[in-house]
Write a protein that binds this ligand. Structure first.
Ligand code: ADP
Ligand code: MG
Ligand code: MG
Length: 897
């Protein structure tokens, strides 16, 4: 089996579509080679070798060594140089690269192949001792750090000391002699920390570096990164061994990073940074402040022109925004990496919309370019533009957004404080891959050093975190846990506001405002709407929610809960009167039904007060509810509205604490004892499984009759020939078809009375929620009585898993950590369990009624994976909270491609 793939001399054994096997970096190096892009030659050890390596006790599988040697030979021939030959040495980089890009998470070693002899030979060859010592000291540092685990800071200290001694600010100002001295100190540091001399045999170095790349796949930070980004099912990392080109040979050399579009805004413009006389990660690590791309046109016009042309070519070829790493060696341009650029949510939307307009991609591809979670970020608040700002410093707008939080100076504190529920801003001189978890826990990130492509900026953009980078005016002191700016001092715990869009740092807490849908966002949503098949409705109980949801593109209300209509203002008192009279009223009805005519009068007399109170309360509530429904129907302008009749158990409407019970007694002019008795009487051991939903209507049918009347009267009032209101009345918590039949008969009878009196016609529907497992299992029977189904997956999940939604907090954390359940079943629908009931319910329901309209209205309705599942099952719509409507529209579009 082939393990190693060569690229060079304009031909490669791999190609872009082989990402799984070659990793993103390797596959694209191969693709670019085939495209004729100037890429230094090299070879890629495939990702499955990493897996073999791990299952072979971290040893090379048999045959790998021979294959690597063969490819080294090939590389030597391609480059006309020899590995380890002092007269004409081949130097290589050893680079990691998995199928999914994990920037900076795994290890790279540059300048490999150097030793004392090669160094001497190279000096003779290049006549550039400064350069040669520079790469040697970098190599010892990287090899020591990455391969042998001697911390980079140890070498960094020696470098700082050397700069201090030479009285220079930057590394590129050190002379050849000073660098040669530094090499000697680095070797000593290496020996002291590792206990061995620095290895002189290039082949040993190569083996060590390849092992280190394999090892970095399971480093703590790489594992953490995969966890945070939910990256699963990868084979491992590939290893790319590639001939070195040098950006640090002198002033006609450089290295940089560029994007074909602005990754922050999505604007189609040249974007990037570079450093003259520098190597590798210097730009990303923020060693010196990099220059803006445009300046390259002055300094090296030819290389610049070539780079711009290559950027165009690569974007056109990959049909996506590219993030490109390049190096210029003595004016000659080389491309070292290209990948689809990570971008902010706003940039993702703009790029998708623009690329459709440019005819670079079709709608179907455009909808895959924005992740649903990213849209979520665009729906987050931003700073109120009218609010006062106490701006203390300005830096680079590295990742847009607004963040308010308390200052912390290290990742661990960020983690700890966030776990306590605090909002934090992580302030660092610069960030490194070890800070990932703390960055994730923070609202925003502020760095003193680093550019737009620094680690902090790239990672923050990927996470959708606000970041202000390179704020040179501040001076961070980790020891005292303070930073100063001018005469101001900011301590750990102080409140700070970051504006990542403007690059501003302000004291205190700037107020936030809600987002708006407009411009590119609206255009993007329109693209999604063209692609998707599933309808998207919203869960809304008030005209305001309904209006907001319409703004977000809701195509109807999938769940209008009516319980809140029982609470507001005066209403609760009528509800309480109703509850107090309810059982006597039921008793009266029973007695009347069983009594002779002549006794009826006596019974009526006995219950006169009960009747007055009960019916009086219903009448009052009818007036309120009618108004509520009018408001909602008006806001939805003829779009379908599903109203769920009363669902919670009655005790929820009674007061629990002594003071409120007293108030109730005095308001309703009854004895406190009677209030307490009533509370006692309604107490249930497990209200979730108690007297609620349609069970209430079996006992007290007048409540649903009143609600049905309110709905129909409101619909009659607001329906116009142009905007017909078609109310959908939904009966909750049905488990058996006769239960539904009985309650429905009452509701229909009431509706008929209303329609008869009004002498108008109105189309209405009566359906049910499927939220009890038995309902799903007998859905064919239930369908005979229902015009539609709506899966209430909150209750369905509770009852299927036997997890109480309100008590799950005690154990779900541990369940998730131990992987018993992969995800919180109340957030992501448990497809394997609850999903089977949903599937069964749909199949049975439609076997009885072919065109049965079916939707989902639990919290799951806006969760992307669940939306995809609902699409697969052939539902007609999903319904979710107003803010998740755009996310559901996108998720629905993605499931349709
Ligand atoms: P990462 O995956 O962290 O981006 P890379 O493998 O891309 O790591 O390496 C980091 C940097 O090292 C590159 O951006 C490039 O500047 C430099 N580099 C890697 N290989 C070479 C090479 N063959 N010649 C010159 N520079 C290189
Ligand atoms: Mg890279
Ligand atoms: Mg329910």
């Amino acid at each position: 089996e082939k393990r190693v793939y060569f690229f060079g001399s304009k031909k490669a054994e791999g190609k872009a579509s082989m990402k799984q096997l070659l990793g993103g970096k390797g596959a694209n190096l191969a693709e670019m080679t085939n495209l004729g892009v100037p890429v230094p030659a090299g070879f890629t050890i495939a990702t499955n070798v990493c897996q073999e390596y791990y299952s072979n006790n971290a040893k090379w599988p048999a045959g790998l060594e021979a294959e690597v040697s063969k490819n080294i030979k090939k590389l030597e021939t391609a480059m006309g140089k020899k590995f380890g030959d002092p007269k004409n040495p081949l130097l290589v980089s050893v680079r990691s690269g998995a199928a999914v890009s994990m920037p900076g998470m795994m290890d790279t070693v540059l300048n490999l192949g150097l030793n004392d002899d090669v160094v001497a030979g190279l000096i003779e060859m290049t006549n550039n001792p400064r350069f040669v010592y520079d790469i040697y000291r970098r190599f010892i540092d990287m090899y020591g750090d990455v391969v042998m685990g001697c911390k980079h800071e140890k070498f960094e200290e020696a470098l700082e000391a050397a700069k201090k001694k030479a009285k220079v600010e930057n590394d590129n100002q050190l002379s050849a002699e000073q660098l040669a001295e530094l090499v000697e100190s680095y070797k000593k540091i290496y020996k002291k920390n590792i206990g061995k001399m620095f290895p002189q045999k290039p082949l040993d170095q190569l083996k060590g570096a390849i092992d280190a790349v394999f090892g970095s796949w399971n480093s703590e930070r790489a594992i953490k990164y995969r966890q945070i980004h939910k990256i699963e099912n990868l084979l491992g990392t590939a290893v790319n061994v590639q001939a070195m080109v040098f950006g640090n040979m002198g002033e006609d050399c450089g290295t940089g990073v560029c994007f074909t579009r602005n990754p922050s805004t999505g604007e189609k413009e040249l974007y990037g940074e570079f450093l003259i006389n520098a190597q590798g990660e210097d730009v990303v690590a923020g060693i010196r402040t990099p220059l803006e791309m445009k300046k390259l046109s002055k300094i090296m016009p030819k290389a610049y022109k070539e780079l711009v042309a290559l950027m165009k070519k690569l974007e056109k070829h990959y049909k996506d925004m590219q993030d490109i790493e390049f190096t210029i060696e003595q004016k000659k341009l080389y491309i070292l990496q290209t990948r689809n650029g990570k971008r902010t949510a706003a940039a993702a939307v703009k790029c998708a919309v623009d690329m459709v307009a440019e005819k670079l991609i079709p709608n179907k591809v455009a909808v895959t370019r924005v992740m649903p979670e990213q849209l979520d970020m665009l729906l987050h608040p931003s700073f109120d533009s009218k609010a006062k700002r106490d701006v203390i410093a300005k830096g680079l707008p590295a990742s847009p957004g607004a963040a308010v939080g308390q200052v912390v100076f290290d990742a661990e504190t960020a983690d700890a404080w966030a776990a306590e529920g605090k909002k934090v801003i992580l302030v660092r001189i610069e960030t490194s891959p070890e800070d990932i978890s703390g960055m994730h826990a923070s609202e925003g990130i502020l760095t003193q050093r680093g550019g737009m492509t620094s680690h902090a900026a790239v990672v923050a953009r990927g996470m959708g975190k606000c970041c202000v980078a390179g704020v040179g005016e501040i001076s961070v002191n980790y020891k005292t846990r303070k930073f100063t700016v001018g005469k101001k001092t900011v301590k750990e715990g102080d409140w700070l506001s970051l504006d990542g869009t403007r690059g501003e740092v302000a004291m205190g807490q700037i107020p936030l405002v809600e987002p708006k849908m407009s411009g590119d966002f609206a255009k993007f949503m329109a693209i999604c709407d063209k692609v998707r098949k599933l309808k998207v409705r919203t869960n809304a109980d008030t005209p305001d929610d309904a209006a907001a949801a319409r703004e977000f593109g809701a195509e109807g209300i999938g769940l209008c809960r009516t319980e809140h209509m029982f609470f507001e203002g005066e209403r609760i008192w009528h509800v309480r009167s109703l509850i107090l009279a309810a059982d006597d009223y039921a008793a009266m009805k029973k007695e009347l039904a069983e009594a002779d005519k002549k006794d009826a009068a006596a019974i009526k007399k006995k219950y006169a007060d009960t009747k007055k109170n009960y019916e009086g309360a219903l009448k009052k509530l009818l007036t309120y509810q009618r108004k509520d429904f009018e408001g909602i129907f008006k806001a939805m302008k003829g779009l379908p509205v599903t109203v769920r009749l009363l669902d919670p158990p009655l005790h929820e409407f009674l007061p629990n604490d002594a003071a409120s019970q007293k108030e109730m007694a005095s308001r309703l002019k009854i004895k406190l004892k009677d209030v307490k008795n009533m509370v006692e009487k309604l107490h249930e051991f497990n209200p979730m499984l108690g007297h609620r939903g349609c069970r209430l209507a079996v006992t007290y049918p007048e409540i649903y009759r009143m609600q049905a009347r309110a709905i129909i009267e409101a619909a009659l009032k607001l329906s116009t020939p142009k905007n017909k209101v078609i109310p959908e009345i939904m009966i909750p918590l049905v488990g058996e078809v006769s239960e539904l039949a009985q309650v429905k008969a009452e509701v229909v009878d009431e509706i008929k009375q209303v329609l008869k009196k009004s002498r108008k016609k109105l189309t209405y529907k009566i359906g049910t929620m499927i939220e009890i497992p038995r309902a799903a299992l007998t859905a064919d029977e239930i369908a005979n009585e229902a015009d539609f189904f709506s899966f209430g997956t909150n209750d369905l999940t509770q009852m299927t898993l036997g997890f109480s939604r309100d008590d799950i907090g005690r154990f779900i954390g541990q369940y998730l950590v131990e992987g018993i359940y992969k995800e919180d079943p109340f957030q992501v629908l448990d497809q394997n369990g609850v999903g089977k009931l949903v599937k069964t319910g749909i199949e049975l329901g439609r076997s009885a009624k072919k065109r049965l309209k079916i939707g989902i209205c639990g919290e799951h309705g806006g969760e992307p994976k669940t939306v995809a599942f609902c699409h697969e099952l052939g539902m007609n719509y999903v319904s979710c909270s107003p803010y998740r409507v755009p996310i559901a529209r996108l998720a629905a579009a993605q499931s349709a491609v």
